[in-house]
Structure formats: structure tokens, C-alpha cells
Write a protein that binds this ligand. Sequence first.
Ligand code: RB5
Length: 149
Amino acid sequence: MTAKTRIVLSSDHAAIGLRQTIAAHLATLGFEPVDIGPTTSESTPYPQHGEAAARRVASGDCALGIILCGTGQGIMMAANKVKGIRCGVCSDTFSARMIREHNDANMLSLGARILGDALALEIVTAFVTARFEGGRHATRVEMISALES
Ligand code: RB5
């Protein structure tokens, strides 16, 4: 039996329900969701949750990460401060596929106050099933990584 690909999930208070819906969806697709919360709707600052998920990915504990806040923007900004993270906000399936195929994104950020559940799940599916194409795109991703040092 091969190990399932682990995907970490986190959010702020604006996205608890959608995050849990996405976790269940990932399980049906054959992935192992690693939902690190939070679980209550009490107001909580998105930077700490973006960082916590990003560290799981940067350390190699999880292959990919999916994070959410109201717009997806603030938590994405926090995650991208962690070395090794490439996270994009997506509101469409084309972008979700392309940030994997061309940018080798290892995290996806979603806006729970922007997306309906059905579209969010399609975006997640597009992201987790796409593969980095490498080739000329690898050189460009290396250039992004070089900005970290
Ligand atoms: C919280 O109210 C809201 O600011 C947050 O969820 C997010 O949209 C920030 O980017």
C-alpha cells in the first residue's frame, strides 16, 4: 500500500466550514487531509494560520497546503513569507491548474467570502491533480527561489 499524499489545511475564522468541506473532498479524492484548524468561529488572526500551514509544507511533513481566509489574500501573504513556499490565490480552475503546472505552487489560497462551495471544490481538484511541467518553467521557479537568499 502506498502512502497517501498529505495535504495540510488551515484558515482563519472566516473559512471554518469551507475548510472542513474541502478536507472531506480531499479524502474522497484519495488524499490524506491534515486539518490543523482552528475549529471554532472565534476571531483569530490569519497570519498565524498561514504560517503554521506553510511550515508543514516547507518541512516536508505535507506535500501541499490549502489555506483560506475571507479573501484568501492575507493568509497567502503570510504563507509566502516562509522560505520554500509558493502560494497563489485562485478564484478559477484555470489559474489553479496553471500555478501547479508552470509555477510549481505548493500551496493554494482561497477566499471563503468570494467562492461558493461548488466552485471552491472544483478549484481544489484542479490544483491537487495538476503536475509541474518542469523544463523552461523550472528555470523560472529557480529564479523565484533565488530571491529568498
Ligand atoms: C478577517 O475579517 C479578514 O480580514 C480575513 O479573513 C482575510 O480576508 C484577510 O485577508
